[in-house]
Ligand binder design. Structure first.
Ligand SMILES: C=CC1=C(C)c2cc3[nH]c(cc4nc(cc5[nH]c(cc1n2)c(C)c5CCC(=O)O)C(CCC(=O)O)=C4C)c(C)c3C=C
Ligand SMILES: [Fe+2]
Ligand SMILES: [Fe+2]
Length: 388
């Protein structure tokens, strides 16, 4: 086997407060995050939203020490994976490609080229697939591949999602069991799975398999855990005025409090590292909501980070991927209930007639003007829902 590389894909996060605005600009410039009928609107709108959201977002990052721990943790995961691969006899270099902040995916690819990698496993650090996370990174990679034909020499394979692997499930069950055992009444604590949300339209219109994979993941974790506790699944981190997957975490916590539940153990399941949404949103915002709702005992399961069972499982995953048939970006097909391919976007069904697209355009223009007006006056629906 020639030189082997593993490319870990992740979202990236601002390392200091000054990074927050440009990080948000990169994020909102991504058409997989904000879907607009006119590509030319994307960057002006991204500029506007990132400028207006920066202060609120900075305040959240300030509360967790002034920046995201994501890069540091992902580097530790990469190091641990490289070491375990070595111990298992697989010589490989592990690279990190972030979607919206350093080290960017483009930098990782340049590094991979310099190292003359011949075989590459592309592994997103998201257990479940969403068009807004792994899908966005795959799309970017495909563009990079199209623009540089020298990359075609690399034999790459893509891992779309991996939440059903037994090592991942065992590591999650281990972390949950440890938290349950610290509760005053371990059997009565309510296990509260909090997944990152996405807009409902991603699932219903664009066939994102994310919700299905999350539900399946929760079922498999509970099966692995083998505890009698009640559990709930809800969705957190909603941004903007459109409808996201429900129930929303804040509502579900309040409902549990109203139903008399006193102990909850919150399990973040969309992500394998600590980040702003575990450290700030769950540990601070949701804890406060829970206390106000009468939930006296609130515990949070830590993220996997470099949990040894998890790293062992990632190692096995890489070795299996190297010995399996190649999976290309264009092979990333999605759920059987949808007959179209999710990726690449050119093949997605947008479900729009020409007339609908014309109206979409008009509405987008109106929306953009309304946004400008809101920016000038400081009043409007986006302020009301907390986006600006
Ligand atoms: C506006 C739409 C967004 C969608 C859809 C979305 C999906 C999504 N995101 C993650 C994981 C992370 N998101 C992070 C930051 C972040 N995400 C959004 C918006 C959407 N995410 C914003 C605006 C931000 C910036 C922070 C903020 O202002 O709230 C991060 C980085 C965290 C860090 O520590 O820096 C992660 C990780 C998932 C898993 C997901 C869909 C499944
Ligand atoms: Fe988020
Ligand atoms: Fe996000």
């Amino acid at each position: 086997m020639g030189r082997v590389g593993v490319l870990l894909l992740n979202l990236g996060g601002p390392e200091q407060l000054g990074d927050v605005r440009p990080f948000l600009f990169n994020l909102f410039s991504d058409p997989e995050i904000i879907r607009l009928p006119f590509p030319w609107l994307q960057r002006p709108l991204a500029w506007l939203i990132s400028t207006l959201r920066a202060r609120k977002s900075q305040e959240n990052y300030r509360q967790i020490g002034g920046g995201s721990p994501l890069r540091r943790i992902t580097e530790k995961q990469a190091q641990a994976l490289e070491q375990t691969l070595q111990q298992r006899g697989q010589d490989a270099r592990v690279y990190i490609g972030m979607r919206y902040w350093h080290p960017f995916t483009e930098e990782a690819i340049a590094h991979i080229q310099r190292d003359q990698v011949e075989k590459l496993v592309i592994l997103p650090l998201y257990p479940q697939f969403s068009i807004s996370t792994s899908g966005s990174s795959f799309r970017l990679l495909e563009k990079i591949w199209q623009a540089d034909t020298s990359l075609h020499q690399i034999e790459y394979t893509v891992v779309p999602s991996w939440y059903q692997r037994s090592g991942y499930l065992r590591a999650m069950a281990d972390l949950i069991a440890r938290q349950l055992d610290q509760c005053p009444h371990p059997q009565q604590a309510h296990i509260f799975f909090s997944a990152h949300g996405v807009p409902v339209s991603y699932v219903e219109e664009f066939g994102d398999p994310y919700q299905q994979e999350i539900e399946d993941c929760v079922r498999l974790i509970m099966q692995t855990l083998q505890r009698p506790n009640d559990h709930t699944l809800a969705y957190q981190s909603r941004v903007g005025p459109v409808e996201w997957l429900q129930p929303y975490t804040e509502d579900a916590i309040q409902d549990l409090g109203a139903a008399g539940v006193e102990d909850i153990v919150v399990v973040p399941i969309s992500f394998v590292s600590e980040h702003i949404e575990t450290l700030q949103e769950i540990d601070m915002e949701y804890r406060e909501i829970a206390e106000a709702a009468g939930i006296h005992h609130f515990q949070r399961v830590p993220a996997l980070d470099t949990h040894p069972i998890f790293i062992e499982d990632l190692t096995s995953l890489v070795i299996e991927a190297l010995n399996s048939p190649q999976k290309r970006f264009s092979d990333v097909v999605h759920p059987p209930q949808k007959t179209f391919k999710l990726y690449p976007q050119e093949r997605w069904t947008w479900g729009m007639t020409t007339t609908a697209e014309v109206w979409n355009g008009r509405l987008a223009m109106l929306g953009f003007l309304a946004l400008l007006l809101e920016l000038i006056t400081g009043h409007g629906p986006l302020h009301a829902v907390g986006l600006l």
